[in-house]
Design a protein around this ligand. Structure first.
Ligand code: FAD
Length: 234
């Protein structure tokens, strides 16, 4: 049997699984929970208003950053943007490490089982096996066969991971050209957006936050943002 592997001795990884990933906390200028304001019907002060919004309702804010993952589509489409974003749904199972001697090693970097399209990642006290790209509606029910398949992979490979498993399904926000959407909304100079980071939202969160901060500050972003403007789908 032929076996090949590449090991990165010091990969960047989270010590613990993220509860909720969002780009918002990284944007230094955002001092209040702006997406919540968007959720409750916030209205940009100038120069446009949300369609159908009454003047005496909504929340007055100086700047709004829309970074609601796949849900950004509905928000930006209300402002007339074309946002052909889909949900690439992924699945994982997670198990507690009960015994450090026999469980998945703490110092092992994430391991990809290529023939099974599965990646196994150790966190502080849990280990996670993830896989799948499912093109589906964000609100469609999860497909339990995919969790069962992951559990089968773990058993077939004889990995030192034992249930019970915590099951999870999430949406990767993906645009047709696989580039994110980062920019200023059309017709509203105080409304910005940052989403569509597909499989790399965590990896790109910090650099995106820097770009958005520069944009909001009126500074020159480190890279030109034209390729990320939603106008490319108009
Ligand atoms: C199985 C799987 C494994 C992955 N592994 C990696 C990896 O190893 N590395 C990596 O870089 N990326 C990975 N990703 C991709 C990464 O998770 C996404 O790219 C990232 O989560 C996108 O970040 P986001 O902040 O744009 O959206 P989200 O993480 O979806 O966050 C959007 C937030 O906005 C909130 N929200 C939605 N609508 C509203 C509203 N109307 N009002 C207020 N709030 C709202 C949501 O509740 C959520 O908290 C993985 C994805 C999956 C599914």
């Amino acid at each position: 049997m032929r076996c090949a592997a590449r090991r990165w001795p010091a990969p960047c990884a989270l010590p613990a699984p993220p509860r909720s990933l969002t780009l918002v906390p990284c944007a230094r200028r955002c001092t209040r929970p702006l997406p919540r304001a968007v959720a409750s019907g916030c209205r940009p002060r100038r120069p446009c208003a949300w369609p159908g919004e009454r003047r005496d309702r909504g929340v007055e804010v100086d700047q709004v950053l829309v970074c609601a993952g796949v849900r950004s589509r509905a928000i930006l489409e209300r402002l007339g943007h074309a946002v052909p974003m889909i949900a690439e749904r992924g699945y994982h199972i997670r198990a507690q490490i009960r015994d450090e001697q026999t469980g998945w090693p703490a110092d092992l970097p994430p391991v990809v089982f290529e023939e099974r399209s599965m990646i196994v990642t150790r966190y502080r006290d849990t280990v996670q096996a993830a896989s799948f790209v499912e093109l589906g509606h964000p609100d469609a029910p999860a497909d339990p066969r995919k969790w069962a398949r992951l559990e089968r992979h773990v058993a077939d490979l004889g990995l030192p991971i034992t249930g019970p498993y915590q099951r999870w399904m999430g949406c990767r926000p993906t645009l047709p050209d696989y580039l994110p959407a980062i920019g200023r909304a059309q017709g509203a100079d105080n409304l910005f957006y940052a989403f569509g980071h597909q499989h790399l939202g965590l990896t790109l969160a910090a650099v995106t936050a820097d770009l958005v901060t520069a944009l909001i500050d009126g500074a020159t972003p480190a890279v030109p943002l034209a390729p990320f403007d939603l106008a490319r789908f108009a």
